[in-house]
Design a protein around this ligand. Structure first.
Ligand SMILES: N[C@@H](CCC(=O)N[C@@H](CS)C(=O)NCC(=O)O)C(=O)O
Length: 214
């Protein structure tokens, strides 16, 4: 398999965690977002959505969208599971996942914050306020959900799809200096997962395209 990745892309970070949790090997193909390589003709010919991540199967089929990739990996390699067996529990995990990948992440994507600055003339302070607003709204709900969970991870003691999506979003929040004091449960899960080998392998600081100074 080939993973098209950018070290600091949080959507790709999700897929790297999923691959590492399942112990799957892959070749890493860097796509530098700062140089707009995701919009290059070569990359667009492979992935017309022009985003990372994308995973190319051994048969040369390209899958884009992090959750589609993770669900495909889950179906092909069910152990260790990223989703619970019980349908209701699975729905609850997917609800937390969607809160992150549908409600927080798209509003804070680089192309959105660049548009705010370059096209709408927002100041860096306004962009920061925008960024925090959507983190707060999403994390407030997730924090309350975790309040009723007692495990080391979001749902239970083993990492699953919710953790795979939450940890990269917390990484982003910290990178953008969002105060996290109001989220003790989220930070507890963050601390725990960062101690796990799979999460360390997938971390933005540990990728082939991580700048030496990062
Ligand atoms: N919904 C997509 C989001 C992918 C996405 O937004 N990727 C970002 C990096 S985290 C990207 O490629 N941004 C480049 C751009 O917007 O041009 C997924 O889950 O894969």
């Amino acid at each position: 398999m080939k993973l098209y990745s950018y070290y600091r892309s949080s959507a790709t970070y999700r897929v790297r965690i999923g691959l590492a949790l399942k112990g799957l090997a892959y070749d890493y193909f860097p796509v530098n977002l700062l140089r707009a390589q995701q919009k290059s003709c070569d990359y667009m010919a492979k992935n017309p959505q022009g985003l990372v991540p994308a995973l190319e199967t051994d048969d040369g089929i390209l899958i884009s969208q992090s959750v589609a990739i993770l669900e495909w990996l889950e179906e092909l390699h069910p152990q260790p599971p990223l989703l619970p067996g019980d349908p209701l529990q699975r729905a609850l995990v997917r609800s937390a996942v969607n809160s992150i990948v549908c409600d927080i992440h798209p509003l804070n994507n680089m192309s959105v914050t660049n548009y705010l600055q370059a096209s709408l003339g927002s100041s860096p302070e306004e962009v920061q306020q925008w960024y925090q607003q959507w983190i707060y709204r999403g994390f407030d709900g997730i924090e309350r959900t975790l309040d009723s969970q007692s495990g080391a991870c979001c749902f239970g003691d083993e990492p699953g799809m919710a953790d795979v999506c939450l940890i990269p979003q917390v990484y982003n929040a910290l990178r953008f200096k969002v105060p996290m004091e109001a989220y003790p449960h989220i930070m507890r899960v963050w601390e725990h997962c960062n101690g796990l080998h799979a999460f360390q392998l997938a971390h933005p600081d540990a990728q082939p395209d991580t700048p030496v100074s990062a």
